[in-house]
Design a protein around this ligand. Sequence first.
Ligand code: TGC
Ligand code: FAD
Length: 391
Amino acid sequence: MTDRFTAPDYYWIDELLTEEQKLVRNSVREWVKKEISPIIEQAAQKAEFPKHLIKGLAHIGAFGPYLPQQYGGGGLDQVSYGLIMQELERGDSGIRSTASVQSSLVMYPIYTYGSEGQRKKYLPKLATGEWMGCFGLTEPDFGSNPSGMLSNFKDKGDHVILNGSKMWISNAPFADVAVVWAKDEKGEINGLILERGMKGFTTPETHGKWSLRASATGELVFDNVKVPKENIFPNVKGLKGPLGCLNSARYGISWGAVGAAMDCYDSALRYSKERIQFGKPIGAFQLTQKKLAEMITEITKAQLLCWRLGVLKNENRATPAQISLAKRNNVNMALEIAREARQIHGGMGITGEYPIMRHMMNLESVITYEGTHDIHLLITGMDVTGISAFE
Ligand code: TGC
Ligand code: FAD
């Protein structure tokens, strides 16, 4: 199917972007049309991560775009990072997932919490895609409440012995490197860098997903894994370590969801003009117009939210609660738009001829991972009342 995507920009938000931001956005948009759109439906149908895209993702600067160039990053600002995520998720949430995990959940913690040796060893190879990474926080019994995690390690002199397991880990089945969060003997959470090939470390794939089918998900299993002490992050302890990475990834998702919504809206708008029923295009009916008008209203609000959050992030002022608000609002918005767009496409909406159903199913994961819809609501509730619902 030819990708006829035209990006909606109802409030001329392009005028708020710098030339560099537009250049970055346009080059990723073109790459998505050329490389993702032609293959993504089949990859999702076959439940296969299109691994051949890794080199291209690295080439367009999707791995570590906002990290310093001296470590292989792109040296770009946060709005550019957001726009990259928007365009990738316009293609598919699973491809955006791979890029957000690599950038915000693997490269970001190595850069922020790692030693200079760790930065130099891992970041350049992660930036080029020579090494791919994954992020292990969630456990079978600890999803929304990661502080209860059971994964733990014991001090053995120059190394530690790690035991436990992680579940639902994006990129795990093919990752070369894993950033893993586990408790030390005092019960404090630490970050460790694991490498594929360490004895006792396995990454079984999770099968049977109806969502994010073009993304590989798996477990991380640690059976007495010997991890050198030099692989532990020296500069962070406690839950604020992994949650700090999530701020960056959730920010990217808030932009990414706008991309998926834009694709659904664009397809529905075009279809509404082409599909004739009762002698008229279905776009002539008031009920279809209501759907399309509400979609563009919500997309425009979400675009402005992202842009403002990006500016705040560039100024180092975006709070975790502001990021939660945007992640929650934008993913929910995208899911509702996907459902309405599916209605506009009638029966055709359930087929792979159109991207709608794939986006809709993907967004069911996106609304759950990186903090569920309700957890983000409670973070906002805690921020405005000053009272935690989690205690
Ligand atoms: P709480 O007591 O509130 O906080 C513990 C410590 O962390 C600090 N903190 C943060 N620091 C940085 N950024 C944030 N967003 C932070 N939120 C809290 C806090 O100040 C405190 O620091 P300190 O110094 O006092 O120790 O923690 P809690 O146990 O009550 O939990 C709070 C809660 C529920 C909000 C949090 O745990 C949470 O966000 N749960 C959701 C879990 C989650 O989002 N998991 C995501 C897993 S990764 C993933 O899904 C990747 S998908 C990737 C893809 O494919 O794209
Ligand atoms: P639970 O925490 O068991 O939640 C179940 C329900 O209970 C939810 O509706 C939740 O909102 C609700 N709930 C829980 N606590 C409360 C409360 N206090 N008040 C009100 N309601 C509550 N994790 C990683 O670490 N790395 C990854 O790369 C990663 N990738 C993922 C990829 C996919 C495709 C998926 C589906 C998940 C991924 N995750 C990853 C895990 C994801 O972050 C968790 O699924 C998510 O945090 C929710 O945890 P849970 O599934 O255990 O649900």
